[in-house]
Design a protein around this ligand. Structure first.
Ligand SMILES: [Zn+2]
Length: 343
């Protein structure tokens, strides 16, 4: 997909098109913004513009070079991502790696890239490297990459894609031109949810899914009606919890903490729910969980604004611990509920 077809990201697309239009493309770019809003799509379009021979600095989207960018087999376009990401995307098998596939981008991957970049481009006017989840680069890898950023090989463009750019060294960030991607508009996501569903999703449900996805197309398309039902169950179970009811906390922690996936999904649901309750506390009406508005109203009498803020903080802590894989998800959730209800 050429850059011009990337939708609802005018700010980033304009910055990139303007650089291409001047035929003066900075050697390193940081594409930053939430997950699932089109950063990688735009990076592909940008790469096409840099390697397309039919429409140089624009990208036709259909020639052999452009097509090979999308198929990931253009010889002058290198993709760098963690091994685990390659496995999750079906680009590699678990057996391709001798050890457990790494979640980091490691120094040997950066070195291999540097070796490739030392040669001239094979077919295209530019060599392009795309770092997917660039923040997954560990410290040695980041330090190694810094050399390339300081003394870039000619005709090379590096694209660092990241939803957590603060995990990159300040010295890396400062050497990159920035393209900022924002959350996608609700209507845009709702439409896409409707058109991409084979079973047909009605307007109300499409909007509900879009609202819950908080601007991320990837999240919206991953949500299904079953997940919405799960959301309702999680919220209702949470609102039944009371102080001094340890068995209730433990039971919910057990259900939510079945695995990392259920824990993260449950925490996301509660995060949005707490925001809804906070909105209800000030009399606002546009809740994400619109169908549970009466429950949100009832919840406002059970927790003060300060108490709600404290709960949101505890939720954030648990989320960080779980995404960083610090111990058992169930125990993290249990501890969180205990702290929430024994203030
Ligand atoms: Zn082309």
């Amino acid at each position: 997909m050429p850059l011009s077809e990337v939708q609802s990201q005018a700010h980033a697309v304009d910055a990139l098109s303007s650089a291409l239009g001047k035929k003066q493309v900075h050697h390193a770019w940081l594409f930053h913004g939430p997950d699932g809003v089109g950063k990688e799509l735009a990076a592909m379009g940008f790469a096409q513009a840099l390697v397309c021979l039919d429409e140089p600095y624009v990208g036709c989207g259909t020639c052999a070079a452009c097509t090979r960018v999308v198929r990931r087999n253009h010889p002058d376009v290198t993709w760098v991502m963690p091994e685990a990401e390659q496995v999750e995307r079906g680009l590699a098998g678990r057996s391709d790696f001798t050890n457990t596939p790494s979640r980091d981008i490691r120094i040997d991957q950066v070195r291999a890239l540097q070796e490739r970049l030392a040669f001239r481009a094979l077919e295209a006017p530019h060599k392009v490297a795309l770092f997917v989840t660039a923040h997954a680069m560990n410290q040695p890898a980041q330090n190694a990459l810094l050399k390339t950023l300081e003394e870039p090989p000619r005709d090379t463009v590096l694209i660092l894609i990241s939803s957590a750019p603060d995990k990159l060294l300040p010295t890396i960030r400062s050497r990159c031109a920035k393209a900022a991607f924002g959350p996608l508009p609700l209507e845009f996501i709702a439409n896409k949810v409707k058109t991409s569903s084979k079973k047909g999703v009605e307007d109300g449900l499409a909007r509900q899914i879009a609202a819950m996805a908080a601007g991320s197309m990837a999240r919206a398309l991953a949500l299904d009606p079953k997940a919405l039902e799960q959301r309702r169950e999680t919220i209702e179970a949470f609102e039944k919890l009371t102080p001094n009811d340890a068995s209730g906390w433990i039971a919910l922690a057990e259900v939510m903490g079945e695995d990392r996936g259920t824990a993260e999904a449950g925490i996301d649901v509660l995060q949005i729910w707490f925001r809804d309750v906070a909105l209800a506390q000030v009399g606002a009406e546009n809740l994400v969980n619109a169908d549970l508005a009466p429950l949100a109203m009832a919840a406002t009498s059970r927790v003060s604004p300060a108490g709600l803020q404290r709960r949101a903080g505890l939720l954030e802590e648990a989320k960080n611990a779980i995404t960083q894989r610090n111990g058992s998800t169930r125990l993290q959730l249990e501890r969180m509920f205990i702290e929430m209800f024994t203030a």
